[in-house]
Every structure is written in C-alpha cells, then in structure tokens.
Design a protein around this ligand. Sequence first.
Ligand code: GUN
Ligand code: FE
Length: 422
Amino acid sequence: MDTFAVKGHVIYTKTKDEVTVTENAYIVCENGKAAGVFPSLPERFRGIEIRDFGDKLIIPGLIDMHLHAPQYAFRGLGMDMELIPWLNTYAFKEEAKYADTGYAQKKYRAFCDELKTGATTRAAIFATIHMPATYILMDMLEASGLVTYVGKVNMDRNAPDDLRETTHESYESTLAWVKDCASRYVNTKPIITPRFVPSCTGELMRSIGGIAEQYGVPVQSHLSENAGEIAWVKELHPEIASYSRVYFECGLFGHVPTVMAHCIHLSEEEMELAQQRGVYIAHCPQSNTNLASGIAPVREMLQRGMRVGLGTDVAGGFSASVLRAMGDAIQASKLYTALADRSRPPVTLSEALYMATKGGGGFWGKTGSFEPGYEFDAVVLDDSDINDAAELTPLQRFERVVYLSPEIRADAKFVKGVRIKL
Ligand code: GUN
Ligand code: FE
C-alpha cells in the first residue's frame, strides 16, 4: 500500500481528558496506518500524495458499539413503551419479517447506505435469527468497505413462534455460520449474539459460549437495561447472584472480547466483575431515554477506568448517528448529575469524543485515534452550512456539528487507509 497524507483541521483524542486539535495539519497514512499528525510535512515524507481537504474538519472514524440493522426500518416509531412491551409490540414483529429475503434485501440496503454515508466507520451490529438474511447483510457491509461485527441473533425462549429457534437449531446454525465466515469476508466478522438472558436458555448460552471460546469469536449482548428486565432475569435464574453472573457462568462475560449494551443498573459487584473481565460497555443514551430505561453512570465508569464506548441502539435510538450519541451522552450525564449524583460532574465533549472513537475502538485493536500505529480510519466533515459565526476554532465548529448537525454526511471517508466510495 502506498503512503499519502490528508490535510485539514485534525481533531482527535489521545486520552479522555483532552481533545488534540491541529489546524491545517497533515495526517500521514502509511500501509493503512497513521504515521502521525504534523503541522507541516516532515522531510521524510516529501513527495507523497497530499489529499487536501482545505478548511474542512477531519476526525477519526466513529465507532458504533451497538445497533440493530433490522430495526432501522421502524426507527422513530413506537417510542411509547418500556423495553419488554416495546420488544413484543414493535421490535419482534419487525424482525420476524426478515424471514423474507426480499424484504431483508430492501431494508438492509437502506441501513447500509445510512451507515456508509454517515460518520461511522466501524460497528457491532445485531441482525436477526435468520441465516439467509444475515448473509445478505454481511455481503452488503463487506461491499461497503466498513469494518463490522455482525451477529446472527440467538433466541430459543420467550419469543413469538416466528422468531424463536429450537436450542439445537440455534446452536447448529451458529456453529456452521461461524465456520463459514472464517474465510468468507475481510472486514465483516461474526460475533456471537445471544439477544439477552430472557431470550436464551442456559443450555443455549453455554453452548454458544463454547463456540465463542473455541473459535475465538467475540460476544455481544444486552445487560441491565430496564428494571422489569432485571427482575425477570432474577426470576428465570434465582440460583445465580446477578444478571452479569448469568452471562459469566455461561462463558459469555469477557472469556473472549465482549461488548454489553446499556449496563444502566449494575450493582457494585457487577461493576467490579465487568471491569475485571475487561467487558466493553456500549452506552446508548438515546435509547435509554426513549425506552425510559434510565441513565447509565458513565462518569463513574470512566473514573473507574472501565472500557466504555457509544452505541446508537437503532431503533431503541431513532438516530444512527454516533455524533448524536455524543451529544446525547453529554445531555443525559448532565441530568444524572442534577438528579442523581451532585458529587460527579457531567461527561465532557472530550470524554464523549473519546468514547465515540478510541474508547470503543479498542474492541477492534488500535483504532479510533491518529496516533502512530493506529489503523487509519478518518472522516472528513464539511460544516460550511452551519459555520456561520465568525472566528470559530475548529473545536468549536466540531462541537456545533455534534449539536446542530449530527446527521451530517461524510464528505470523505477512509477505512484502514482506503478511501471508500460514499
Ligand atoms: N434487549 C433485548 N433485545 C433488545 C433490543 O432489540 N433493543 C434493546 N434496546 N434492548 C433489547
Ligand atoms: Fe439493543
């Protein structure tokens, strides 16, 4: 691969505490990886191709740690219920339609186009239980150039007949799919996806936990989102001390790289377990508001040094924008400070950007930053239509994009050093 530089106002985070901004800077990309950010091009790079984006902003590709591709089609609808009735009334009915590959083809096309043209470069995605539709989604994502984990969802209890597999079917199809995907895609990888404890028997969770460990496949699920859900898990597994421990006992809690969405109501013991197991938390503030789930104690998680990224959780969240998730995380955190814990200050812009990039990026290795050695995922943003106030710094312009124009389309996008077609 060649060496080139992109030029513009470069904004990224090395730590959660500070945004690094370099105006009119060059980011050099060498063999798909960042070689550094330079205010002027070092002598050793003289003569390389320069792609000049002028006055535009350049940020690391954003990471969506949690969303549901089949729910994209009904985003913005049915936000009048809490989690369990919402799943039964809206989500499960929509997901059942993905038994029809024609439907899947059409709706997944729209989903992939949205993801590709926005500011996201990597995502951990739930599909449905349906194998053919999941392959359709994976084929489209592979063609997009984005880097994703896609989960064929496992469900063998407490689901409608048309969205429930037998334990055996669920295990067998997951195993065959994991084996098949090993050589099938470059940028699209399988991830073991028990929907959440109420949807999966212990037997199924243990067996797919075994697949995850044997084949080195990561795990994603939902954890501690809603009070009714937590009470239900207690009823289903009275012998196990906590919701987190149910996953742990089944080999689904940090035995391989693991991302758990929400984690709003974790006990002290569960917080410690999640941290000790290196579990990534996908904080999904918009979904948590829409479904009246609560506010995750993100400030505390960050202070403890836990791994936290952001998720849009489409369609619990109506927006597929991680920029929007940044703004929502800050706003939700301000309410948490005001209403729940005056002793902890709200999440800052720098922390929100960190979670949206390097924080979640760790799940993919060295991604989410422009520090040397990080995979070169970059998004160019043209904010000229809202850059109407005089004398704004690049960071102020970026802050305004977060709040005023979070649905902005990327002006250009690079993934692992390759410019993708938008
Ligand atoms: N818990 C189990 N399934 C879901 C889902 O589809 N969305 C959300 N937000 N939570 C869940
Ligand atoms: Fe979700």
